[in-house]
Design a protein around this ligand. Structure first.
Ligand SMILES: [Fe+2]
Length: 252
């Protein structure tokens, strides 16, 4: 397609909603951009490079969410906040116009309920009540229900990261509806829409979107390879359909 067709559209483009799609998402809230603390960015330069790309994509705020797991990633406020502050300083020095916050992506594992009791969880959102949680990929954790219940009675608003990636739910789709009915917010990974993880994950993503089960979208960016695929996601019909729902991203 020539440059003018790209800008002004064409007959073909008018039949293709991709051409006129403008991404409505201005707040990206699932990524691994705190350097050196998990399987995401390794250096501050990588963090800044990815944040610059998010700003170029039109994001006004990025809330990054390093993994917290009892065994592997023992991250907490004490180690995350100083690194967040160092990144904020670099953003300022490099004139990158972006609000930058740090929270966490908590694995619901055996140690998670202790963390709830201790309080001090890393949260975000308008009342600082939203919390991002993830599950193991192979089996549903035995303390899933109790953990979600304890979070909710403590006043948190749990967001389940990438439900489409837990394939034990793909074969038991009523689970998605049960979680929604219990007030759990569901976050779709953008890359799931283009089949980045697998075909079954893409199919589960399609199911969530078609059934209006998605509350938020997130990039789950760990590194530049993820970032380089995001333009492709913006052209994807499943992602575009997800964005037609009333997503909560821009209220975070
Ligand atoms: Fe993640």
């Amino acid at each position: 397609m020539g440059i003018f067709q790209k800008i002004f559209g064409s007959k073909d483009a008018s039949e293709n909603s991709s051409a006129s799609f403008i991404n409505p998402i201005q707040v990206e809230f699932h990524s691994h951009l705190i350097f050196g603390v998990d399987d995401g960015c390794e250096t501050i330069d990588q963090s800044i490079e990815l944040l610059r790309k998010f700003a170029d994509m039109g994001m006004r705020k990025v809330i990054t969410t390093p993994h917290v797991m009892s065994d592997f990633y023992k991250n907490n406020r004490q180690n995350i906040y100083p690194l967040r502050d160092a990144i904020r300083q670099r953003l300022k020095e490099e004139n990158i116009d972006l609000e930058f916050e740090a929270a966490a992506e908590y694995m619901i594992d055996d140690g998670f309920e202790n963390k709830i009791q201790e309080g001090n969880l890393l949260t975000f959102g308008p009342e600082n009540k939203h919390i991002l949680v993830e599950l193991p990929f192979m089996t549903e954790p035995r303390n899933l229900n109790s953990s979600l219940f304890e979070l909710q009675i403590a006043g948190y608003k749990p967001i389940l990261a990438h439900p489409e990636r837990y394939l034990y739910y793909a074969t038991e789709k009523e689970k998605y509806h049960e979680l929604k009915d219990r007030g759990i917010l569901l976050q779709l990974n953008m890359l799931s829409c283009i089949g980045y993880y697998s075909k079954p994950v893409a199919d589960a993503a399609q199911y969530l979107v078609d059934n209006n089960l998605v509350d938020l979208v997130g990039s789950d960016t760990h590194h530049m390879r993820h970032m380089q695929l995001l333009p492709q996601v913006l052209l994807n019909k499943t992602y575009q359909k997800a964005c037609k729902a009333e997503l909560l991203n821009n209220f975070l």
